[in-house]
Every structure is written in structure tokens, then in C-alpha cells.
Design a protein around this ligand. Structure first.
Ligand code: C5P
Ligand code: MG
Length: 221
């Protein structure tokens, strides 16, 4: 009997999920989503570590940069040029666009644990997120991958040379991305540090070494 119920319930939940149009509607069935922010300089290894976390912990990985790159080329998007301009210059897209892409992806998801990578990146991102999402989710932790500019730059240039296809994996864009990181993103990390939410990871090490520490942090949550 229980076995039969076990098979029936997920199907019922799924059919409700398919009709979700807002994050609140989804939350009323599934509870508030849990969010872990993943921050660090360009090339610190955020994406690599997130992919591993997804495999072992079942989080949904939402990269703000990936969502913006997809929106940039989405047919009919009115934001393509604006996004391209910001990406090439290493500056930050207005939060209304990025936060809506994140909320839409969360609403569509059938899971409740999210890794949000590369966000919030500046004061505008933080304020906009708090206004639009503050009451709707639980921010559980901020993983901060810390790495020197030299190592990060070398990694991004290698990624570009290996054919990442990214318009910003070149020396000029990288210099600008680092200025944004130091001046706009570091204050956001400090803000979360003051709230005791940050776990700092030395990201100059190998992916395996970093991940061993990430696992320890996540197992304690
Ligand atoms: O995180 P990633 O390196 O993929 O981001 C690439 C670019 O996307 C950033 O340099 C920035 O121009 C844009 N971006 C943004 N706002 C975010 C995340 C990324 O404008 N929150
Ligand atoms: Mg990335």
C-alpha cells in the first residue's frame, strides 16, 4: 500500500508543479527554497565546484552569467545588446534583468535547493535581490572562492585558448572584470561576512582539494 502511495504522490506533486506560475505558488507546496550563493573572482572555479556539488548534493546550479549569456541570444529578447555590452566590459547588468532570470529558473525547477553562482555581484544586485526575493527564500550560506588575480587570469586565458567561446576571456575584458570584482563584489562578500554567512575557500588549490573542503562545509549545513 505504502509503495503504491509512494509512486502516486510524486506524480500528483509533479502535476501541481507544472501549473506553478509564481515562486509563491510553488513555495506553498514545497516550502521556501534554500539558496547558497557562490562568489569569487573570474576563474576562481565557481562553475567547476558547482558541477560537483550538483552531482553529490542534488542542488540545482543557476549561474547568473550563464543565464545572461542565454538571454543575450534568446530569440526576441530585448536585452541582447545591453547584456553583450556589460559582459564585454566586465560590468554588471541591471538587477531587474538578472533577478527575473533567476526567479524564473527557480519557479520552473522541481527542486528546492539552489546554488546561485556569480550573484549578487554589486550593491544593485544585492538591493534588488533583497527587495524581490528576500522574503521568498532562505539564504543558507555564501561560498567564497578566494584566489589571486594572477592565477585567475591565467585560468581564464587558458579557458579562452581552449575554445570557451566567451567574448570576455581575453586580457582586456579580464582586467575590467577584476576591477568590478574588487570594487563592487568584494563589498558584498564583506556584507555577508558581517552576517556570519561566508565560508571562504582557498581556490588556488586543485579542484579536488577545494571540493574536499566544500563537502565538509555543506555536510555541516
Ligand atoms: O559569472 P560569469 O563570469 O559567468 O559572468 C560573466 C559576466 O556576466 C560578468 O562579467 C558580467 O558582465 C555579467 N554578470 C552580471 N551580473 C551577474 C553575473 C554576471 O552582469 N550577477
Ligand atoms: Mg561561471
Amino acid at each position: 500500500m505504502l509503495g503504491r502511495l509512494g509512486r502516486l504522490v510524486p506524480a500528483a506533486v509533479r502535476s501541481v508543479q507544472e501549473s506553478f506560475h509564481t515562486l509563491q505558488a510553488r513555495t506553498s507546496v514545497m516550502g521556501k527554497p534554500n539558496v547558497i550563493f557562490v562568489l569569487g573572482g573570474p576563474g576562481a572555479g565557481k562553475g567547476t565546484q558547482c558541477a560537483r556539488i550538483v552531482e553529490s548534493f542534488g542542488y540545482v546550479h543557476l549561474s547568473a552569467g550563464d543565464l545572461l549569456r542565454a538571454e543575450r541570444i534568446a530569440p526576441g529578447s530585448e536585452f541582447g545588446e545591453l547584456i553583450e555590452h556589460h559582459i564585454t566590459n566586465g560590468t554588471i547588468v541591471p538587477v531587474e534583468i538578472t533577478c527575473s532570470l533567476l526567479e524564473r529558473a527557480m519557479t520552473k525547477s522541481e527542486k528546492n535547493d539552489f546554488l546561485i553562482d556569480g550573484f549578487p555581484r554589486n550593491e544593485d544586485n544585492l538591493t534588488g535581490w533583497n527587495k524581490q526575493m528576500g522574503e521568498k527564500v532562505n539564504v543558507r550560506r555564501v561560498l567564497f572562492f578566494h584566489c589571486s588575480q594572477d592565477i585567475c587570469t591565467a585560468r581564464c586565458l587558458a579557458r579562452g585558448a581552449a575554445g570557451s567561446g566567451r567574448t570576455d576571456d581575453n586580457e582586456e575584458s579580464l582586467r575590467k572584470r577584476f576591477v568590478t570584482y574588487e570594487t563592487a563584489t568584494m563589498p558584498i562578500i564583506r556584507h555577508y561576512e558581517a552576517m556570519n554567512l561566508v565560508s571562504q575557500i582557498d581556490a588556488s588549490r586543485s579542484p579536488d582539494e577545494c571540493y574536499a573542503e566544500v563537502e565538509e562545509i555543506l555536510n555541516k549545513l
